[in-house]
Design a protein around this ligand. Structure first.
Ligand code: GDP
Length: 297
């Protein structure tokens, strides 16, 4: 996908502007930083996030002792790379799912973002890691959503627990976890109702399900195509129900990548996985350093 192409080109251009002689100064970074700033805004990263990012790059670049033999353009790119990694959550690997037995994973998200698909993908991902799973269907408002999960489960050979649409989501979730314990599975993934927009009813229901099953992870599924709006959604869900992380879907599409860059900074919570296609196999752990090197080309 061409997601970060424009950003990559701009960073390359900034590097060329700096050149290979002398040292980094506030003066010779001015235009290059403007270029990076423009590219981040174009990638749909929010203005405050971009401002903080540019300021940090400038401070670090000026404050770091340059190693002998390192040209200023390389020094600049190294600094941008470090700050990109930091922006996306830092660390040396992907953020794992929280431990538990069974691991209880609550999936939340607006309708159409790819939540049910992500539930299936996560089950397959865990299955490949030799963990047995149970999927639980609690979207009592849309029978089609329950059918969809049942079909996904059949396709990847993972059992699906459902009680139709006449029982409350809280009750289904509780019974689902009981069933998971009875079966002795390693993980239970609870799909919840997706709504067209955030409303208090949705949040209250999610809170109720959450306190009933005490999940090890509460993952908000957001659509990368929605850019900085995705990051804002992660923040509001986190404020309302305290999530453990996000799954960013449709990273294979032609989104501008702003969501991947902003979720952590805007919400304080990590992206744990990314969806990269419609197939059940198309789920990957999110590695900030891999994403940063993709951006830098
Ligand atoms: P839900 O309403 O949030 O449960 O959304 P669904 O799981 O039904 O997904 C909505 C649509 O998005 C479906 O057509 C999925 O195939 C598609 N989809 C989900 N994840 C991805 C992804 O990572 N990449 C692409 N290209 N499509 C996806």
């Amino acid at each position: 996908s061409a997601m970060f192409d424009s950003l990559s080109r701009s960073i390359e251009k900034a590097q060329r502007l700096i050149g290979k002689s002398g040292t980094l100064t506030a003066e010779n970074m001015k235009e290059p930083l403007k270029e990076v700033r423009r590219a981040l805004l174009e990638a749909d990263v929010s203005l405050p996030v971009v401002r903080r990012f540019i300021k940090k790059v400038e401070e670090r670049a000026l404050g770091t002792k340059v190693l002998e033999g390192v040209t200023p353009d390389v020094q600049f790119i190294k600094t941008v790379s470090n700050e990109l990694i930091d922006l996306m959550g830092g660390g040396t690997g992907a953020k794992d799912l929280e431990p538990g037995f069974p691991q209880i994973i609550l999936m939340a998200g607006l309708q159409g973002v790819g939540k049910t698909t992500a539930a299936g993908k996560l089950a397959l991902y865990l299955k490949k890691a030799k963990k047995s799973c149970l999927l639980v269907a609690t979207d009592v408002y849309r029978p089609a959503a329950i059918d969809q999960l049942v079909k996904l489960g059949a396709a990847i050979d993972v059992p699906v627990f459902e009680m139709g649409t006449d029982v409350s989501p809280v009750e289904i979730a509780k019974k689902g976890v009981e069933e998971a314990r009875r079966l002795g599975v390693d993980a239970v993934i609870i799909d919840t109702a997706g709504r067209l927009q955030v409303d208090e009813g949705m949040m209250a229901e999610l809170r109720d399900v959450k306190s009933a099953v005490r999940p090890s992870d509460t993952l908000l599924v957001v659509d990368a195509m929605t850019g900085q709006e995705a990051a804002n959604l992660v923040r509001s869900f986190n404020e309302a129900v305290d999530i453990s992380g996000a799954i960013l879907t449709k990273m294979d599409g032609d989104s501008r990548g702003g969501a991947a860059l902003s979720v952590r900074e805007v919400s304080g919570k990590p992206i744990k996985f990314v969806g990269v296609g419609e197939k059940m196999e198309a789920l990957e752990p999110f590695y900030p350093e891999r994403m940063a090197s993709r951006i830098l080309g």
